[in-house]
Write a protein that binds this ligand. Structure first.
Ligand code: FES
Ligand code: FES
Length: 392
């Protein structure tokens, strides 16, 4: 078969197989490796039917390129056949009628396994929130939740698992040229509550103590001073964030604008305001903001702390610490692993855009209409092709 050789540790065994760069992991597993336990529903990252573990993290196989999993540890539902915890989960699903047609079940089992390991103290409300990224067309959620509660409530206790969000530095290279640069969304700074000009009160930083939390470090191939010049300028940093734009220049520390976010068929435009505080001496900053999508009646509050550290004459590290809270109908898509997956890609896009700006890219590049799974996938494919051609 043509394509590029992909080497995986698949369900504990080394596997090597060629695949085309555009092949997503779910097709690779189902069509090439004949592991049909991984189901495909929406193929847009929304329904969770295709959830598998990649390097210990629940991952949507339908929006993950197989080639991106080279050298990874991939575990599908077939790989849990004799796993003691999965045996208990399957038994509990049977006892509590946690499946009807069974189409969602491989993804539900995989997600249940993750919830039980990661949130051993979860109650029914938390379980429902954690399950919100997995859709059951038979609407059999009550049995699924009861099954997970049952496993959590009974001996032997489950060893807790540390959060699986990646914090290790990730290399970011400029992957695309000019027109892909997108504006970003910007929330705000923090410290005290202060109203934006839209009248919405900015959230208190202390209120993010129990909010969802993501951290990431990016290596930028540019001098720290150049990166900081962009990061500390609201208009320029917003122009690096996919889907975001400002209404006008910052008024002191206050900024106003919007951010368009799309995932599969769901699209939301969060309009709001924020404030930004920067410390030029230490090259650190904090943004706090709030926005509302009037169509879905969903509110998004966020806080982003960022810091630039020089690592060489032409390189630096960008540390990002993001906390956010979604309230409203769209919060069902706030499942940490799914959001972490999207946020990680988005932050990589931001890092690449900063490098392009430093290298003379067009600051006035128009904002893309939206950031979505398909456009990200297309960009990933393009980046890979460029790398294969030696231009990446
Ligand atoms: S098929 Fe992958 S999330 Fe729906
Ligand atoms: S049991 Fe039918 S889709 Fe969930």
């Amino acid at each position: 078969m043509s394509g590029t050789e992909i080497n995986l540790l698949l369900n504990g065994k080394p596997v090597s197989k060629a695949a085309e760069p555009r092949t997503h992991l779910a097709d690779f597993l189902r069509e090439d490796l004949l592991l049909t336990g991984t189901h495909l529903g929406c193929e847009q990252g929304v329904c969770g039917a295709c959830t598998v573990f990649v390097d210990g993290r629940p991952t949507r196989a339908c929006i993950t390129l197989a080639i991106a999993c080279d050298a990874s540890d991939v575990r599908t539902v077939e790989g849990f056949e004799v796993d003691p915890l999965m045996v208990r989960i399957r038994d509990a699903f049977t006892r509590h009628h946690g499946l009807q047609c069974g189409f969602c079940t491989p993804g539900m089992l995989t997600t249940a396994y993750d919830i039980i390991r990661r949130v051993p103290g979860a109650d029914a409300t938390r379980i429902r929130r954690e399950l919100s990224g997995n859709l059951c067309r038979c609407t059999g959620y009550a049995g699924i939740v009861a099954a997970i509660e049952d496993v959590l409530a009974n001996e032997p206790p489950i060893a807790p698992l540390q959060p699986m969000l990646r914090a290790k530095p990730k290399e970011v290279k400029p992957v695309l040229s000019g027109s892909d640069a997108a504006p970003t969304r910007r929330d705000t700074d923090g410290a005290t509550q202060q109203p934006g000009t839209t009248g919405a009160a900015l959230p208190d930083p202390a209120s993010f103590a129990d909010a969802l939390h993501l951290t990431q470090s990016l290596t930028l191939h540019t001098a720290a001073s150049d990166a900081w010049a962009i990061l500390s300028d609201p208009a320029r940093i917003v122009s690096c964030v996919p889907g975001a734009s400002l209404d006008g220049p910052a008024k002191g520390e206050i900024i106003e604008g919007q951010c368009v976010v799309a995932l599969g068929p769901i699209k939301a435009t969060f309009r709001g305001s924020g404030s930004i505080q920067v410390d030029h001496t230490n090259k650190t900053g904090k943004l706090i903001g709030t926005g509302r999508d009037t169509v879905s009646r969903t509110k998004l509050d966020g806080m982003l702390v960022f810091a630039v550290q020089e690592t060489g004459p032409d390189s630096c590290r960008l540390d990002l610490d993001m906390r956010y809270r979604l309230n409203g109908p769209l919060s069902q898509f706030g499942r940490p692993e799914l959001v972490a997956e999207i946020a990680e890609r988005l932050l990589q896009e931001v890092g690449a855009a900063i490098e392009r700006r430093v290298q003379g890219g067009n600051d006035d590049a128009p904002a893309p209409i939206a950031l979505n799974g398909l456009s990200l996938l297309a960009r990933s494919i393009k980046a890979m092709i460029l790398r294969f051609l030696g231009r990446g």
